[in-house]
Design a protein around this ligand. Structure first.
Ligand code: ADP
Ligand code: MG
Length: 693
C-alpha cells in the first residue's frame, strides 16, 4: 500500500490555522477584514481575557444567506473569487477562503448572521472544527461572530501566547490601524466592558488621526492630500526571436505606453519629529495594512538629509492602485504584497513625500508648557500661505486608550527582519534590543529634545509633555491685564510657523558666539550658525557639482596622503566623485595619492581631514549606497568642514548675509545630517508663558 495519504479537511484546517491564526489579534484581523469586505460601516469588538476567552465582532454588513453560513466553514469557501483570473486583481481584503475554517478548527465559534434577502437568520456553532448545531434565529441584518477559548485544543499554541497586556496591545493596535484606514466607519473596541477605542465616522484621515491620537500630534503632521500619478510602464519584454522582423512603415507611430494609476494619501510628520524606530509608520495598500520594505525604504529616502540617520518619522500612508498592479497573494496572513512595478512605486512615494516636506518648511519650536485644553472641536484645515500642505488646529484631546497600545506584529516582524532577510538593504536598521514584544514603544508623537546628545550618537528620547508639566506654574484664574496689551501683533501671529519667515528676521545678536538670536513677526528665533552655514554650502556644492563647475582652490604644493589598503580601495571607487566635487587628486605611487586642489572654502589645514572623512564614510556607510547618496555625503562633508564654526564672533553684516543665504536655500530646515537649523519661541507661546492669553 502506498504511503501517501490525503489529509482530512480537519487536519488541513489546523495546518492552515498555524499560519493564519498566530494569536488573538490574528483572529481579530481576519474577522475585521471579513466585516469590512461585507460593507459594514459599524464594527464593534468585545474581548475578554485579552482575546483568549472571547473575541466577538458585530457588524452591520450585508450578512450571509443561511446556506452560505454553513458553506463559509468549508475549506477554500469564499464569495470573493470565482476564477483563477480573479487572483490577478483582488479588490477585497479576503480571498483565500481559509480564515473561518481555520479559526473554527482551533476554537469554539458561534456565527450568527442574516442577509437582507431573508426573513430569518442563521446560527452556526462549531467547536474544534466539528459542527455542533445550525439553527434558524432572529438577527438584524449583519453578522456577529463569537470566538471562544482560542487554542483550547492546541495547547502548544497556547503556550506561545504572551502576557495579557501584550496580546491586548496587539489587538488594540490592529483595530486602531484599521480604524485609521477606514475613517468613514465606526469602530468600537472593548475589553471586559472597558472602552479602548470608540471612533465615529469622520470626513478625512486627519480628523480620524485626531480622534485616535489626540491633538498633540496634529501640529507636527502634514496632510499629503491626494497625490495621483499615472506611471508610464516600460513596454513588456519581448524575446528577440519573437520580435517582428518586417520593417515598420515610416509613418507608423510607436505604440502608446501602458499606464498604471497610483494615488497616495495620508499624513507624515515633519522632520522635527524623530522616532527611534519604525513603529510609527503605517502602510496601507488598497486599504490593507501591510509591511513592505520597498515603501518603507522610499519613505526613509524622502527624509534623507532632513533627519539624522537612525531616526524615523510618523507616517500613515495609503497607497491605492489598480488591483492588478499589486500581488496580495504572497503571504498566508496577507500582510505582504509584491508590486508589479516596484521601482516606479518606490520613486513615486519618495518624491511625493519629499516634495511636501520641502514645501511645508516646518520649524522646530522650543519645547514649552502644555497647552490649555479647549472644549470644542474646531477642525480648521486652512491652506498654508505658501501652498499645498495643510496644517491643522485642533483643541487638545487625550489619546484614545487603544491607540497607545503598541503597534504589533507588522512592525515587529519588520524590525526583526535584519540581516537574514533579503530586504536587509534598508538604509537605517533598527538598533537591536528595542523590539522586545513586551516593551514596544507607544504610538504617540512628541518632539525630540534639542541638543542633548552629542551629535552622531543615538538621538535623545523624545520630550513628552508630562516632563514639562512639572515646571508649569499653576494657573488659577485669569491674570488681570494691568500691564498693557501687546500692540502690533500681525493678524496671523499664531499661525506663522514656517521658514518662509526667514527673510524678514531682524538679527539681535549672538548667543555664546554660536547661536544667532533674531526677532521675527511670529516670535523669537535661535539659529545655529554652524549648521545654517553648512546647509548653505551643501546646497551650493551640489549646485556647482550639477553644473560641472565646482569652485576650487589650487594648492601651492600638492598634499601627499598615505592610504590604508581599505582606503585605497574606496578611493578607487569614489575618485571621480571627489574630483567632480572640486578635488584634484591622482594616485601617486603605492597607496599614496596627491591632492593638488580642493573645493574652495575648505581651509588648508582641513583638506587632509576632509579627504579621510570622505573615505571613511565611503567605507562605513556607502558600500551599498547609490551614487546619489555618495554624492550627498561627499558634499555634506565638504560643507561641514568649510562652514563657520561655533564659538566664532560674527559681524552683523555676516549675520545678515547668513540669514539671507539660508532663506534662499531649497531646504533651510535642517543641516545635511538632519539636525535642525533653527528653533522658534513663538509669540503665542511667549504670550502664554507670561499668562497674557
Ligand atoms: P475569505 O474572506 O478569504 O473569503 P473567510 O474564510 O474569511 O474567507 O470567509 C469565508 C466567506 O464567508 C467570505 O467569502 C464571505 O462570503 C463570508 N463571510 C465571512 N465573514 C462575513 C461577514 N462578517 N459578513 C458577511 N459575510 C461574511
Ligand atoms: Mg476573510
Amino acid at each position: 500500500m502506498g504511503r501517501i495519504r490525503i489529509l482530512s479537511d480537519n487536519v488541513a484546517n489546523k495546518i492552515a490555522a498555524g499560519e493564519v491564526v498566530e494569536r488573538p489579534a490574528s483572529v481579530v484581523k481576519e474577522l475585521l477584514e471579513n466585516s469590512l469586505d461585507a460593507g459594514a460601516t459599524e464594527l464593534r469588538i468585545d474581548t475578554e481575557n485579552a482575546g483568549r476567552r472571547l473575541i466577538r465582532i458585530q457588524d452591520n454588513g450585508h450578512g450571509m444567506l443561511r446556506d452560505d453560513a454553513m458553506l463559509a466553514f468549508e475549506r477554500h469557501a469564499t464569495s470573493k473569487l470565482s476564477d483563477v483570473k480573479d487572483l490577478l486583481a483582488i479588490a477585497t481584503l479576503g480571498f483565500r477562503g481559509e480564515a473561518l475554517p481555520s479559526i473554527a478548527s482551533v476554537s469554539r465559534l458561534l456565527l450568527e448572521t442574516r442577509s437582507a434577502d431573508e426573513q430569518t437568520g442563521a446560527a452556526v456553532e462549531i467547536a474544534g472544527g466539528k459542527l455542533l448545531r445550525c439553527d434558524e434565529i432572529a438577527h438584524p441584518v449583519g453578522t456577529t461572530i463569537a470566538v471562544r477559548d482560542l487554542f483550547y485544543n492546541v495547547p502548544a499554541r497556547k503556550k506561545f501566547l504572551r502576557s495579557d497586556q501584550t496580546e491586548l496591545a496587539h489587538i488594540g493596535s490592529l483595530v486602531t490601524h484599521y480604524s485609521l484606514a477606514h475613517f468613514d466607519k465606526r469602530f468600537e473596541l472593548y475589553h471586559e466592558g472597558r472602552e479602548l477605542l470608540n471612533v465615529t465616522p469622520v470626513a478625512g484621515i486627519s480628523e480620524r488621526a485626531y480622534q485616535v491620537f489626540g491633538s498633540d500630534i496634529m501640529d507636527d503632521l502634514i496632510d499629503l492630500g491626494v497625490r495621483t500619478k499615472e506611471l508610464r510602464l516600460p513596454p513588456p519584454y519581448v524575446p528577440p526571436h519573437t520580435r517582428p522582423t518586417h520593417v515598420q512603415a515610416p509613418d507608423a507611430q510607436p505604440p502608446e505606453p501602458d499606464t498604471a494609476h497610483y494615488a497616495l494619501r495620508g499624513l507624515v510628520s515633519g522632520p522635527q519629529v524623530q522616532k527611534l524606530n519604525r513603529n510609527s509608520i503605517f502602510l496601507f495598500v488598497n486599504g490593507r495594512l501591510i509591511r513592505d520594505k520597498l515603501i518603507l525604504h522610499s519613505l526613509t529616502s524622502a527624509y534623507h538629509n532632513l533627519m539624522p540617520p537612525g531616526c524615523f518619522p510618523f507616517a500613515l500612508l495609503f497607497l491605492d492602485c489598480d488591483p492588478g498592479e499589486v500581488d496580495v497573494n504572497v503571504h498566508p496572513a496577507k500582510t505582504e504584497v509584491r508590486f508589479r512595478h516596484g521601482s516606479l512605486v518606490h520613486d513615486f512615494v519618495r518624491d511625493t513625500v519629499r516634495e511636501l516636506l520641502i514645501a511645508s518648511r516646518p520649524v522646530s519650536s522650543v519645547p514649552l508648557m502644555p497647552r490649555s485644553p479647549v472644549p470644542e472641536l474646531t477642525p480648521q484645515a486652512a491652506p498654508a500661505p505658501w501652498g499645498t500642505p495643510r496644517r491643522f488646529e485642533f483643541p487638545d484631546r487625550p489619546i484614545q486608550q487603544g491607540a497607545v497600545l503598541p503597534f504589533s506584529e507588522f512592525s515587529q516582524t519588520l524590525a526583526s527582519g535584519g540581516a537574514d532577510e533579503p530586504g536587509s538593504w534598508l538604509a537605517n536598521p533598527v538598533p537591536t534590543g528595542e523590539n522586545s514584544i513586551d516593551q514596544l514603544p507607544e504610538v504617540s508623537l512628541s518632539r525630540t529634545a534639542f541638543g542633548s546628545a552629542p551629535w552622531g550618537a543615538a538621538p535623545s528620547r523624545s520630550i513628552d509633555d508630562k516632563s514639562v508639566v512639572a515646571y508649569a506654574p499653576s494657573r488659577t484664574g485669569r491674570v488681570p491685564d494691568t500691564h498693557g496689551a501687546l500692540s502690533q501683533l500681525p493678524a496671523e501671529w499664531d499661525h506663522v510657523d514656517s521658514y518662509t519667515q526667514l527673510p524678514e528676521l531682524r538679527p539681535l545678536g549672538q548667543l555664546h558666539e554660536s547661536f544667532i538670536v533674531a526677532a521675527g513677526r511670529d516670535g523669537l528665533w535661535i539659529i545655529d550658525q554652524h549648521v545654517a552655514h553648512e546647509r548653505i554650502l551643501f546646497e551650493q556644492v551640489l549646485r556647482q557639482r550639477a553644473a560641472g563647475r565646482p569652485e576650487i582652490q589650487w594648492l601651492l604644493m600638492p598634499l601627499v596622503l598615505k592610504l590604508t589598503p581599505g582606503q585605497e580601495f574606496e578611493y578607487a571607487r569614489i575618485a571621480d566623485e571627489l574630483n567632480a566635487c572640486g578635488f584634484e587628486t591622482e594616485p601617486f605611487g603605492q597607496r599614496t595619492i596627491a591632492v593638488k586642489a580642493a573645493p574652495a572654502g575648505v581651509g588648508a589645514a582641513d583638506i587632509e581631514k576632509v579627504v579621510f572623512e570622505i573615505l571613511e564614510i565611503a567605507e562605513a556607510e556607502l558600500r551599498s549606497a547609490s551614487l546619489d547618496d555618495v554624492r550627498r555625503s561627499v558634499s555634506a562633508t565638504i560643507a561641514c568642514r568649510a562652514a563657520i564654526k561655533i564659538n566664532t564672533r560674527l559681524e552683523s553684516s555676516k549675520i545678515e548675509w547668513l540669514l539671507a543665504a539660508l532663506s534662499a536655500c531649497e531646504y533651510p530646515m535642517s543641516c545635511p545630517h538632519g539636525r535642525p537649523i533653527a528653533l522658534r519661541y513663538s509669540t503665542k507661546d511667549i504670550l502664554k508663558s507670561f499668562h497674557r492669553i
